[in-house]
Design a protein around this ligand. Sequence first.
Ligand SMILES: *Cc1c(COP(=O)(O)O)cnc(C)c1O
Length: 393
Amino acid sequence: MTNDWKTRTQLVHQGSRRSQYGEMAEAIFLTQGFVYPDAESAEARFVKAGEDEFIYARYGNPTTRMFEERIAALEGTEDAFATASGMAAVSGALMSLVRAGDHVVSSRALFGSCLYVLEEVLQKFGVKVTFVDGADLGQWRTAVTPDTKAIFFESMSNPTLELVDIRSVSEIAHTAGALVICDNVFATPIYSRAVEQGADVVVYSTTKHIDGQGRALGGVVCGTKDFVRKTLEPYMKHTGGSMSPFTAWMHLNGMATLDLRVRASAASALKIAETLAGWSQVGRVIYPGLASHPQHDLAMAQMGNGGTLVTFEVAGGKEAAFRFMNALGIVKISNNLGDAKTIATHPATTTHQRLPQDQKDALGITPGLIRLSVGLEDTDDLIADLAQALGRN
Ligand SMILES: *Cc1c(COP(=O)(O)O)cnc(C)c1O
């Protein structure tokens, strides 16, 4: 379904299909089912549904299909399946693929719910999971064996923005015949070249940059037609994790501006990171777009950009970090990311609160650490807000 359109054209037009009314904007088909002209047509459709034929919204819907075609073209995959949340996408991609006795290798620095799926759910059903330090290729090499069915990682970790080298890790996985599943949320679909670099399946929580306005929960799994329709779709459509047509419609609207939004946020994030690095109230600044990031070269080769998140340490620990957060005006305290609104998160006490102290230490989640998801406000206003909250004036 790919064509030679460039990203911004795809984001506006790809996958659009029009009803007999020729509506300009993508229509929302808020219907659970479809009417067949006769019993023979119903029978035929249940034997094999054609391109523009639908049966039930849990199986597929015209609005959802438009969204799937648009994101697949953007990601450069043959197909995509839209899910009810990012976690429905992650758990569906893994659960549809593996069976008891299979082996999975995963990076350890994971979004809390992803860790739950790998650590609790998969192992409960008899899948063996080995966790590695995602940035250490030696550990991937040792962990992946001929029995490894899949490897899973977040291409950029939360909240310390550490990268997994997609190309090298995919080579290791493919030598053993394992499928590479990449959760690419932090890289965003705009800076993603995950498939070109070797990933077989790319997963997004569309709740983040794709919705981009903090309204809807959604997810998507992108991959080959064979994986998406033969392995994933039967699992998703029968277990009930499909995306609602209303969400797909919001995402279609959101995607028209995705490239503009992500690039504006990323440009702001770079300027904010550079500014924070020069302030005495701030300790280390972690941003892959800064030359000081230990994987700066990899980030540039892999994404061509540092992304929309900046993580930094407020000097003075938790007390100073809370004082800073409570003094913020424009920047909101929350835990989402990829929103038009800039959001500050204190990982140690919220998103990563449940981790035992030794794991927080291992992941670098210190009491003064703040994760900033940079939105679309004016960069100078954001910097002024951060400055006053840090007591610089
Ligand atoms: C948010 C997020 C998820 C989960 O997505 P939901 O839409 O909240 O279910 C998974 N992985 C990463 C990296 C995320 O940031």
